[in-house]
Design a protein around this ligand. Structure first.
Ligand SMILES: O=P(O)(O)OC[C@H]1O[C@H](O)[C@H](O)[C@@H](O)[C@@H]1O
Length: 526
C-alpha cells in the first residue's frame, strides 16, 4: 500500500533533523578524506560513477537517509509510476517517459494502445524517415538532399533536445556519424528566427515543428515566420516541414507537414528528450543508431534507479542528499557545473527539469506545505564558471551545494601539451582542485583572503561524453528530480505556475488592460 505523506510528518525525517552535522572541512582533510572518496561512491549506468565524499554526510546521516527513503516509499512510488498509476494528480495523467526507452515493469495500456509499442513505433517511424532523408529518398522539391535540420519549439520542446544535440555534435563529427547540422529557434523575439534563417540555406533545410500541445504562442509564431521565409524563397513550406506533437493536438491532423511523429500527454515536455521530441532532431542530425545508443544509456540508468537500497541507487541518493541540504541544512540553491564544453547547455535543461517540476508550494493534494521545496538551479560549464560566479560560491554568505560532472577524456582527441600538461588534464585538475577548495577552504589572517570551506559538492565522473553516457546522465537527473518530488510530496509533473503570465500577455496583445499592466504596456509601446 502506498501512502503519500508530507515530508515533515515522517518519523525518519524528524530523526534526520536530529543527526549531528558533519564538519566537512575536517572530514575531507588528510587520509580521512581519501578514505571517504574511496568509500562514498555509487556506480551509475554506462560507466559513470557518483562520488559524494565531499557532501556533508557520514554513516549516521546516510543511515537516516536510507530510512527516509524507505518510509517515503521511494522505490514503491517509482514502481507505481512506471507501472502506469496516475502519478500526475494535477492533470490526472500517467507519467510514462521511462517507457520511451524501455519496459521497466508491466505493460501499460492507455487510449486503447500498449504504450511501449506506441513509443517504439514512433521511434521506428522516425528512424525510417531519417534514413530516407540521409540516403536522398526524401529530398527538397528540386530533388536535392537536405543538409540542415532546424527545430522550432520552446521549453521542453527545445531545451533538452538542444542540450543533447550540442553534447553530441563533436562526438558525432569525430566518430563519423554526423549527418546534418541542427539549429534551433525558440524565442518569440523575431531576432532569434531571423538570425537562424539568415545563417542557413533554407532551400536545403528541413524544419521540425515541435509542440506537445500544438498551441504554444512562441512556436506557432515562429512557424509562421519560417513559412514566410520559405514562401519568399519560392518554396513549398509543406515539403520542408515535419511536426512532432501529441495526437490530440491541433497540429496532428494538419496536411501542412511532410510527416508527423507523436508523443502523448503522459510525457511532460521537460521529460521528453527521449521521445519523438528529441528523437526527430537527434536522429536526423546523427542517425537513428546514435539516438538508440542514447536511449539505451537512459534505460540502463532507469533500471538502476529502481533499486530500493538508497546507498546503491545514485539517483535516489542524490535526491535524498539534496533534500537534506535543502530542508535540514537550509541551502537555497544548487549549482550544476559540468567540466565539459559539450555540456554547455545541460544546466539550462536542468533548470527547467528541476525548477518546473519541483518549484511548488502545495502538495499533490493541493494543500500548502510547511517546508521548502525545489532549490534554485543554475550553472555554467567549468572552467568558465570559475572566472565568473565562483567568488560567491567560495566566499559568499550563502552556501550553495555544487553538482560537478567531469570526464577523463575529451571528445575530439585534439589536445596540446603546454607546460607539461594537456588541456584536458588542466580541465580535470581544476575540478579536483575546486572540490577540495570548497570543502576544506584555507585559513588566512587576512579575512578577505580567508576561505571557510564547508561547502559541499558531489561529482559524477565518466570516461567521455558519448551517446550512452549522455542518456545515462539525463535519466539520472530526471530520476533524481522525480525522487525529490516524492520526498516533498509534490506533483512534479504539472506546471500551473506558467499559466498566469501567458493569460496576461494575451490580454496585453488584445489591448484589454488597465492600471499598472496598461502603464507597462504603454511604456513598451505595444
Ligand atoms: O511543447 P509545447 O506544448 O509547445 O510546450 C512548450 C513548453 O511550454 C509550456 O509553457 C511549459 O512551461 C513547458 O513545460 C513546455 O515544455
Amino acid at each position: 500500500m502506498i501512502t503519500w505523506n508530507n515530508l515533515d510528518t515522517l518519523t525518519s525525517y524528524q530523526e534526520l533533523e536530529k543527526a549531528a552535522r558533519v564538519n566537512l572541512a575536517e572530514a575531507m582533510t588528510g587520509d580521512k578524506g581519501a578514505e571517504r572518496v574511496k568509500k562514498y561512491s555509487v556506480p551509475m549506468a554506462e560507466g559513470l560513477v557518483y562520488y559524494y565524499a565531499a557532501k556533508q554526510v557520514d554513516d549516521t546521516v546516510l543511515d537516516a537517509l536510507k530510512k527516509l527513503a524507505d518510509e517515503a516509499q521511494l522505490a514503491e512510488k517509482f514502481k507505481a509510476l512506471y507501472n502506469g498509476e496516475v502519478i500526475n494528480t494535477g492533470e490526472k495523467r500517467l507519467v510514462l517517459h521511462h517507457m520511451t526507452r524501455g519496459q521497466l515493469g508491466d505493460a501499460v495500456t492507455a487510449d486503447g494502445v500498449d504504450k511501449r509499442t506506441f513509443y517504439k513505433q514512433q521511434q521506428e517511424r522516425i528512424a525510417e524517415f531519417a534514413n530516407k532523408v540521409h540516403n536522398g529518398e526524401i529530398t527538397n522539391a528540386a530533388g536535392e538532399k537536405f543538409t540542415t535540420v532546424v527545430q522550432i519549439g520552446i521549453g521542453g520542446s527545445d531545451l533538452g533536445p538542444r542540450a543533447m544535440y550540442l553534447a553530441l555534435e563533436n562526438w558525432a563529427k569525430k566518430n563519423g556519424t554526423f549527418k546534418m547540422e541542427a539549429k534551433f529557434i525558440s524565442n518569440v523575439d523575431p531576432d532569434d528566427a531571423a538570425a537562424v534563417l539568415y545563417g542557413i540555406d533554407v532551400a536545403h533545410s528541413i524544419f521540425v515543428l515541435v509542440s506537445k500541445s500544438g498551441t504554444t504562442l512562441e512556436t506557432l509564431t515562429n512557424e509562421s515566420f519560417v513559412k514566410d521565409a520559405l514562401k519568399n524563397a519560392g518554396l513549398d513550406a509543406s515539403k520542408h516541414m515535419i511536426a512532432v506533437t501529441s495526437e490530440t493536438s491541433p497540429l496532428a491532423k494538419s496536411s501542412d507537414y511532410l510527416a508527423a511523429f507523436f508523443m502523448d500527454d503522459y510525457i511532460g515536455g521537460r521529460y521528453s528528450s527521449t521521445s519523438a521530441v528529441g528523437g526527430a532532431v537527434l536522429s536526423l542530425a546523427f542517425g537513428p543508431e546514435v539516438f538508440a545508443q542514447f536511449l539505451k544509456g537512459a534505460a540502463e540508468a532507469d533500471k538502476l534507479a529502481a533499486e530500493a537500497d538508497a546507498t546503491k541507487n545514485a539517483a535516489m541518493l542524490d535526491a535524498l542528499i539534496g533534500v537534506y541540504e535543502r530542508n535540514v541544512l537550509g541551502y537555497p540553491c544548487t549549482a550544476v557545473l559540468p567540466y565539459s564544453q559539450a555540456l554547455s547547455r545541460f544546466p539550462a535543461h536542468l533548470q527547467q527539469l528541476d525548477m518546473e517540476s519541483n518549484g511548488k508550494s502545495v502538495n499533490r493534494f493541493g494543500e500548502p506545505v510547511n517546508y521548502v521545496t525545489g532549490p534554485v538551479i543554475f550553472g555554467e560549464p567549468g572552467t568558465n564558471g570559475q572566472h565568473s560566479f565562483y567568488q560567491l560560491l567560495h566566499q559568499g554568505t550563502d552556501i550553495v551545494p555544487l553538482q560537478f560532472v567531469g570526464f577523463k577524456k575529451n571528445q575530439m582527441d585534439t589536445d596540446v601539451v603546454i607546460q607539461g600538461s594537456t588541456s584536458q588534464q588542466k580541465l580535470c585538475a581544476n575540478v579536483a582542485a575546486q572540490i577540495m577548495a570548497f570543502a576544506c577552504g584555507k585559513a588566512d589572517e587576512n579575512r578577505n583572503k580567508n576561505f571557510e570551506g564547508g561547502r559541499p559538492s558531489s561529482i559524477i565522473i565518466g570516461e567521455q561524453v558519448n551517446p550512452g553516457a549522455l542518456g545515462a546522465l539525463l535519466a539520472h537527473f530526471e530520476n533524481k528530480v522525480m525522487f525529490q518530488g516524492f520526498l516533498w510530496n509534490v506533483n512534479s509533473f504539472d506546471q500551473e505556475g506558467v499559466q498566469l503570465g501567458k493569460v496576461l500577455a494575451k490580454r496585453v496583445l488584445a489591448h484589454e488592460t488597465d492600471g499598472a499592466l496598461k502603464a507597462f504596456s504603454d511604456l513598451l509601446e505595444i
